[in-house]
Write a protein that binds this ligand. Structure first.
Ligand code: C2O
Ligand code: CU
Ligand code: CU
Length: 498
């Protein structure tokens, strides 16, 4: 920063003053917007991540995951240095049935520590893959757990303390799909890669020699934001539609960007599932916004011979001037082109109802807690400390957490181990798209979100689960806390030194 006169402002609790050269602000503001509508050549066929291979021994389904470096050809002009799982970029889709025991051998071929966290999964803290399950270079981490939750679109990604943003940005992420009998019995599109398609959406900026830019503008409080889109690691992708309906499993696997998904002709589609699984009934909508870490399953109708694009529109999350702009929420992107064949296979009619949704709030929550997100790295005025357990929750009880973003720029909130329900937002019933199982939620500034959740098992007084902002830079800076699930007569213990 130069020493000339600067224009500064600091937002409430921002902690860091943002400074730009006087006169530069207007220019910076007006140029700080990315718009790729009608500007993407959709000439690469969408890659569908392969299903992870597995072997079943003694009733346990076993996967081998190799975390490695590589190079990937995304676009003309040279290969990009990337990281991947069993490949050079991203990882295979891990698929499990509810009730199934799964084991994983995760080998770290990087030259630094990493972890693999199963985002959205209900499992013991010891196998959660958070910052305490560090895998040293050359080591193999063995994790075994039972798929014990509703059919859902989950994902996996590294979670090393302070370095998650870089590991995910370089390409370490993959889908984790849970199936169950209830969802299998519904007339929903089920054919993987044909009418049931995972879409891992990420933004990247390429340097002139085709490497991922890892720096971010200092005006942007959220960290890396790219000006181009990859879907499943495909640059400028198109998908060939062969059925009248398709189920799209959208995952925002970007470090810091919010997408407001919709179609180029503003067609309506049906939201059928949120982070933790199917909704009680489909919700017709024209837009679905996802912040980093969130997922949505949607059903889209296609007509023969048509072309339509999935896009991201400016986000409407209540962020005002100037952070709406600096957090990329004024941006517009062409994401993925759908090209429908001239004859399409029939698809089943979408059922009017999907699954039963219990009301957790009716369970008489025994404990309420408050979480205030301040600055870029604090929850309740504390920064993450690997050795500090912030609190213990009692097993088999329902808790209600009130979460608030106290600053005018973007935060979201993610809780490990559970899927929660949004009881209300600022005292009012939540918007329809938030009625469903969630593990990550975007926070409009200042509004209290009341979340109900139930910790049903896997007690461990010493090994914590995480809660944190899923803007990966904020998570890395320490906007994260730790809790343990306690048995009936247990007290909060001590985190083992790693
Ligand atoms: Cu997807 Cu704790 O993270
Ligand atoms: Cu998680
Ligand atoms: Cu944040």
């Amino acid at each position: 920063m130069n020493r000339r006169k600067v224009l500064t402002w600091s937002a409430a609790g921002l902690g860091t003053a943002i400074a730009v050269p006087a006169g530069g602000f207007g220019i910076l503001y007006s140029t700080y917007r990315t718009d790729t509508f009608d500007d993407v050549d959709f000439d690469n066929e969408l890659t569908v991540p392969p299903l992870a291979e597995s072997t079943v021994k003694n009733g346990v389904r076993h996967f081998e995951l190799d975390i490695q470096t590589g190079t990937t050809a995304f676009k003309p002009g040279g290969k990009t240095d990337t990281w991947g799982v069993n490949g050079s970029y991203l990882g295979p889709t891990v698929r499990l049935r509810r009730g199934e025991d799964a084991s994983f051998s995760v080998r770290n071929h990087l030259d630094e520590d990493t972890t693999v966290h199963w985002h959205g999964a209900h499992l013991p803290a010891a196998v959660d893959g958070g910052p305490h399950q560090s895998i040293a270079p050359g080591d193999t981490w063995e994790a075994e757990w039972t798929a014990d939750q509703n059919a859902a679109t989950l994902w996996y990604h590294p979670h090393p303390h302070g370095r998650t943003a870089r590991h995910v940005y370089r390409g370490l992420a993959g889908m984790l799909l849970i199936d169950d009998d209830i969802s299998d019995a519904l007339p929903l599109p089920h054919r993987y890669g044909i009418d049931d398609v995972p879409l891992i959406v990420q933004d990247r900026t390429f340097s002139s020699d085709n490497q991922f830019e890892e720096d971010s503008s200092f005006m942007n409080t959220s960290g890396i934001m790219g000006d181009e889109i990859l879907v499943n690691g495909t640059y400028g992708p198109y998908f060939s539609v062969t059925t009248k309906k398709a189920r799209l499993r959208l995952l925002n696997a970007s470090n810091s960007r919010v997408y407001n998904f919709g179609f180029s002709d503003d067609r309506s589609f049906q939201l059928i599932a949120t982070d933790g699984g199917l909704r009680s009934k489909p919700l017709p909508t024209e837009r679905i916004a996802l912040s980093p870490g969130e997922r949505a399953e949607i059903i889209v109708d296609f007509k023969e011979d048509e072309t339509v694009d999935l896009r991201s529109f400016p986000a409407e999350l209540g962020y005002g001037f100037p952070f709406q702009r600096f957090n990329g929420m004024d941006d517009r992107f062409d994401i993925l082109r759908f090209k429908a064949a001239d004859s399409l296979d029939d698809s089943p009619e979408l059922p009017a109802t999907l699954v039963d949704m219990p009301d957790l709030n009716a369970d008489n929550p025994t404990t309420t807690r408050e979480f205030d997100l301040h600055g870029m790295n604090q929850i309740n005025n504390k920064t993450m400390d690997m050795q500090r357990i912030d609190f213990g929750v009692r097993v088999d009880t329902t808790e209600v957490w009130t979460v608030r973003n106290r600053v005018p720029f973007l935060h979201n909130f993610h809780v490990h181990d559970v899927q929660f329900q949004v009881i209300d937002v600022d005292g009012a019933a939540p918007p329809e798209h938030l009625r469903g199982w969630k593990d990550t939620i975007a926070l409009e500034p200042d509004l209290p979100y009341r979340l109900a959740m139930r910790f049903t098992d896997y007690t461990d007084p010493d090994l914590p689960y995480m809660y944190h902002c899923h803007i990966l830079r904020h998570e890395d800076m320490g906007m994260m806390g730790q809790f343990v699930v306690l048995g009936d007569n247990e007290d909060v213990g001590t985190v083992p030194m790693n």
